[in-house]
Write a protein that binds this ligand. Structure first.
Ligand code: GAF
Length: 395
C-alpha cells in the first residue's frame, strides 16, 4: 500500500477522451484516430540543452492523449478535459487558407496547438475536431507543454503524414513553444517526448542531436518523482535571462557555446565577466561533464556514484545557477536522509515543480513517509518507469 499517486494508463485516458468526443461531436466518427505523447523527467543535465550540452531524461508513463477526426473543411474544434485555471475548455478557429500565421491568444493551452499547426512539416493541415486529456500535471515541471505539442503533432501525422524524421518533429514542436508560448526552450523535452523508449533513459547530445539509450529497468531501483506542488511565478523572464547569460559568457570566452568551454577557460576569463555570469557558466560547464559521467555510472550500475552526481547537480542549480527554491531544497534534503536513497535533485526548469530521486526499491515506503513528514508543504509522489515516446493508439 503505497502513498504514491495512482495515475491512469494511456488506454484509460483514451476511453475517457473517446467518451467525451462522442458526447461533444456525436457518435458518427468516420476516420477516428488517437495518439499519445509522454511527459518527461530529467535525471541529470539541467539547463545544458540550450548550451549544446548533454541531458539525460526519460519519457514518463504520464501522457497526453488526443483523439479526433478530420472534418474536411477549414475548421478546428478542440476540447480539453484538463481542469486548468479559469480558461475555457473549448476552442474553435479557422485555418487560414493562404498560410497567414495563426497568432497566439486565449486560451493559453490552445497556443501549443496553434504553434504545432503553424510549424507542421507537411502544410496545409486539414480541419479537425478533437478531445485532449492528460495525466501529466500541468505546470509541474514534467513537460506537460511538450507532451501536448508532441501529441498534437503526432495527431496531425495521422491525418496527413509528413515525411520527416523524428528529430525534425521534435524541432518543429520546440519552434511551436518558441513562437506560440514565448518560451525560448532547448530541445530536451520535445526530443524525449518523441524519441523516449521503454526501459531506457536517453543521453542526448543537444549539439549533434544524437541520442544514446541507457538501460534503466533494474527491478531493485525506483525513480521517484515528488511534486512540490508549488510554482513560483516570478515574472517569466528568469529562463530567457539564464539563456542570455550563458550566451554572453560563451561570447566572452570566444566560443560558439558553453559546450566548447572548460573550467580552465572560464577561470582565465574571470576578470572579463561579472560574478553572476561567471557562476551561470560555472554551473553549465560542470553540469555538462557531470551528465556524461552520470550516464557512464548508470550504464555500469554504479547507482551510488550516480546519486552523488545528482546531489552535486542540485547544489549547483541552487547555488550557482539559482533556479531552485526553498521547497525543492527541502524535498531533496529530506530524501537523501533516508538510508537506501542514492540521490535526489530538482528536475526541469526550476522555481518549483518536481524533484527526482533514485532509490532502492525496498525503501520506497519509508522514503515517502519521511519526505511527507519533513516537507513543509503537501507533496505528490509518482513512482515511474522509463516509457515509450509518442505513438498512435489503436481504437
Ligand atoms: C525547461 C526547458 F523547456 C528545457 O529545454 C530545459 O532547458 C529545462 O527547462 C532545463 O534543463 O524544461
Amino acid at each position: 500500500v503505497s502513498m504514491a499517486s495512482p495515475f491512469p494508463t494511456a488506454a484509460e485516458l483514451l476511453v475517457e477522451a473517446r467518451r467525451a468526443y462522442e458526447q461533444t461531436y456525436g457518435e458518427e466518427t468516420p476516420r477516428l484516430v488517437a495518439v499519445c505523447a509522454p511527459g518527461r523527467v530529467n535525471l541529470i543535465g539541467e539547463h545544458t540543452d540550450y548550451n549544446q550540452g548533454f541531458v539525460l531524461p526519460m519519457a514518463l508513463p504520464l501522457v497526453t492523449v488526443m483523439v479526433g477526426s478530420p472534418t474536411f473543411d477549414q475548421d478546428v474544434a478542440v476540447t480539453t478535459l484538463s481542469e486548468d485555471a479559469d480558461e475555457p475548455r473549448k476552442i474553435h478557429f479557422h485555418l487560414p487558407a493562404d498560410g497567414t500565421p495563426l497568432s497566439p491568444g486565449s486560451p493559453k493551452w490552445a497556443n501549443y496547438l496553434k504553434g504545432v499547426i503553424q510549424h507542421y512539416r507537411a502544410p496545409p493541415v486539414p480541419g479537425f475536431r478533437a478531445v485532449i486529456c492528460s495525466s501529466v500535471p500541468l505546470g509541474g515541471g514534467l513537460s506537460s507543454s511538450a507532451s501536448l505539442e508532441v501529441a498534437a503533432y503526432t495527431f496531425l501525422q495521422q491525418l496527413k503524414p509528413d515525411d520527416e524524421d523524428k528529430v525534425s518533429k521534435a524541432v518543429a514542436c520546440q519552434q511551436a513553444e518558441h513562437t506560440h508560448a514565448g518560451v525560448p526552450c532547448g530541445i530536451m523535452d520535445q526530443f524525449v517526448s518523441v524519441l523516449g523508449r521503454e526501459g531506457q533513459a536517453l543521453l542526448i547530445d543537444c549539439r549533434s542531436m544524437e541520442a544514446t539509450p541507457v538501460p534503466l529497468a533494474d527491478p531493485n531501483l525506483v525513480v521517484l518523482i515528488t511534486n512540490s506542488n508549488v510554482r513560483h511565478h516570478l515574472n517569466g523572464s528568469e529562463y530567457p535571462t539564464r539563456r542570455r547569460q550563458c550566451e554572453q559568457a560563451a561570447s566572452i570566452l570566444g566560443k560558439d557555446s558553453l559546450r566548447d568551454a572548460t573550467m580552465e577557460d572560464l577561470e582565465d576569463a574571470r576578470d572579463k565577466m561579472d560574478d553572476v555570469t561567471f557562476r551561470r557558466a560555472h554551473h553549465v560547464i560542470e553540469e555538462i561533464d557531470r551528465t556524461v559521467r552520470a550516464a557512464e555510472a548508470l550504464k555500469k550500475g554504479a547507482y551510488k556514484e550516480f546519486g552523488e552526481l545528482m546531489v552535486e547537480s542540485h547544489n549547483s542549480l541552487r547555488d550557482l545557477y539559482e533556479v531552485s527554491c526553498r521547497e525543492l531544497d527541502e524535498l531533496v534534503a529530506a530524501a537523501v536522509e533516508v538510508e537506501g536513497v542514492y540521490g535526489s535533485r530538482m528536475t526541469g526548469g526550476g522555481f518549483g515543480g518536481c524533484t527526482v530521486t533514485l532509490l532502492q526499491a525496498h525503501v520506497i515506503d519509508r522514503t515517502l513517509l519521511h519526505i511527507q513528514e519533513r516537507y513543509s508543504g503537501t507533496p505528490t509522489f509518482y513512482v515511474t518507469t522509463p516509457s515509450e515516446g509518442a505513438r498512435a493508439l489503436s481504437l
